[in-house]
Design a protein around this ligand. Structure first.
Ligand code: ADP
Ligand code: ADP
Length: 223
């Protein structure tokens, strides 16, 4: 991101953000509510448009039209509220993107979906509907669904904030296990234990700006 500015009406939500995340890096974004964390990561896959500056993902510059589709193929996103399709089984939820976006036949898409559901250890629930699962299970399905695009980058927007405390750990454990892979991860989270365990860099935002960034071992030791 280069000099990215975002306004909501007259409100300046992102103030000339410069951020480079290298391939495979694990970044945790933290900071007070309303500081612009969610807006920042939503600009990466153009869920939010922005007034000025540039976003480049894997060499593709985000402009309108074709580049948005191209970038969204590279970027998987996991939301606070899971956002699974309620009328589809877990398996169908995960097959959708491989079929619609990657153009796979159903049998091939099912193979991919089963593999990632296995990967997040939820394949025993794959014929159920989202409402039949716990929040933690739904969130792991949402992670599997994002992985089914085989994205280079995974964005997490407070993935554990809507969960009951006893379910937070199962989702964090899944995220920790993903951190062992080559994929780039950018996570908005208040889970500082997670940040300590996996982040290469912790970024602190306030009032639409990046105030501080450091590796966790520096970030968490008071000067
Ligand atoms: P964070 O993720 O750090 O909590 P957000 O990126 O969600 O912060 O929001 C940053 C600021 O922008 C907040 O003050 C919020 O109220 C405002 N904001 C976010 N989305 C909108 C929107 N769609 N319209 C107007 N203001 C918004
Ligand atoms: P979070 O802080 O968890 O990211 P918010 O509660 O700030 O989430 O925002 C939830 C949703 O409401 C987002 O889609 C955001 O864009 C929208 N939103 C947030 N603030 C405003 C606002 N002031 N006006 C309109 N929409 C907003």
């Amino acid at each position: 991101m280069e000099a990215v500015d975002k306004y909501y009406g007259a409100f300046h939500a992102l103030k000339s953000i410069n951020l480079t995340v290298r391939q495979g890096e694990k970044v945790v974004l933290c900071g007070p509510s309303g500081s612009g964390k969610s807006t920042l990561i939503r600009c990466i896959n153009y869920l939010e448009n922005f007034a000025g500056g540039r976003v480049v993902v894997d060499g593709i510059e985000l402009k309108s039209g074709a580049s948005i589709d191209a970038i969204r193929r590279e970027v998987g996103m996991v939301f606070q509220q899971f956002n699974l399709f309620p009328h589809m089984t877990v398996l169908r939820n995960c097959m959708l993107a491989p079929m619609k976006v990657r153009g796979m036949k159903a049998t091939q898409a099912e193979e991919v979906a089963r593999a990632y559901l296995e990967r997040v250890r939820i394949s025993d629930q794959m014929h159920k509907y989202p409402a039949q699962l716990s929040g933690g299970q739904q969130q792991r399905v949402a992670i599997a669904r994002a992985l089914c695009m085989d994205p280079k980058v995974m964005l997490f927007d407070e993935p554990t904030s809507a969960l009951d405390p006893e379910m937070v750990k199962e989702v964090l454990d899944t995220m920790v296990s993903l951190a062992g892979e080559r994929r780039t991860m950018i996570c908005v989270t208040h889970e500082m234990g997670f940040a300590r365990a996996v982040a290469d860099r912790v970024i602190f935002m306030a009032n639409g700006e990046i105030i501080e960034e450091a590796p966790p071992e520096e970030f968490f030791t008071a000067p």
